[in-house]
Design a protein around this ligand. Structure first.
Ligand code: DX5
Ligand code: ZN
Length: 217
């Protein structure tokens, strides 16, 4: 299985973003956390910032929307050129329709599950999604500890993807480090978000390499 490492700019220096993006040029994508202070108790940035990140990033954008009104805002991120746009299952009444709109707008369609949200609904409609994000922390902040009790959900989604043969990517986000990534990979994740463990390192490129090696081991 191929491994994708996607550093999160939530842990980057926001006023030096262009340089911070260059530091992770060896990554597969950059993970962009949009928070609205309603869906989660934290606030980051919106479409204009993401448009600028898209313009200068050396790698494709993986946008993670932690916002209440996903139906209103998600397609705009696809239209500005994001490679992948992930909304939360808890933030829309019609995830299938929203995923279809994202694909029509030219991006991959992702659906995210908070730790307390079961995977059953997503598992029943895997063909609608290019990526399933199993959150391994409560969304909102970087630097939290990896929730080992999410490993069962990761395994269940992996089994369903393999049974359905959809090739859907299985992403994990929260607490991913060289110490935890192997457990997530063994459970079936193939796409790994890492914020503090990459941007908190002296050498982000080396940290990306170490994550890649540990996931593949
Ligand atoms: C948290 C965000 C994550 C965050 C992860 O709600 O969705 O993407 O940046 O940070 P770490 O890797 O430090 O847990
Ligand atoms: Zn995220």
């Amino acid at each position: 299985m191929s491994v994708r490492i996607e550093p999160s700019i939530l842990s980057a220096d926001f006023v030096n973003m262009e340089a911070e993006l260059q530091r992770i040029a060896t990554a597969d994508a950059v993970h962009v956390d949009v928070m609205d202070n309603h869906f989660v108790p934290n606030l980051t940035f919106g479409p204009e910032m993401v448009r600028r990140v898209q313009a200068v990033s050396p790698v494709p954008l993986d946008v993670h929307l932690m916002i209440t009104d996903a139906d209103r805002w998600a397609p705009g991120y696809a239209e500005l050129g994001a490679f992948s746009v992930t909304f939360h299952a808890e933030a829309t009444d019609d995830p299938l329709a929203l995923a279809a709109r994202l694909r029509a707008a030219g991006s991959r369609a992702g659906i995210a599950l908070k730790p307390g949200t079961p995977a059953d609904e997503v598992i029943a409609h895997l063909d609608a999604y290019d990526q399933v994000l199993v959150m391994t922390v409560e969304p909102g902040f970087g630097g939290q500890g990896f929730m080992d009790d999410m490993l069962g959900k990761i395994r269940a989604v992996r089994a369903a993807i393999d049974a359905a043969g959809t090739g859907t990517w299985l992403q994990v986000d929260g607490g991913i480090s060289a110490g935890t990534i192997a457990r997530a990979a063994a459970a079936g994740a193939d796409t790994f978000v890492a914020g503090s463990s990459v941007y908190g390192a002296e050498d982000p490129a080396a940290a990306i390499g170490a994550l890649r090696a540990a996931a593949a081991a």
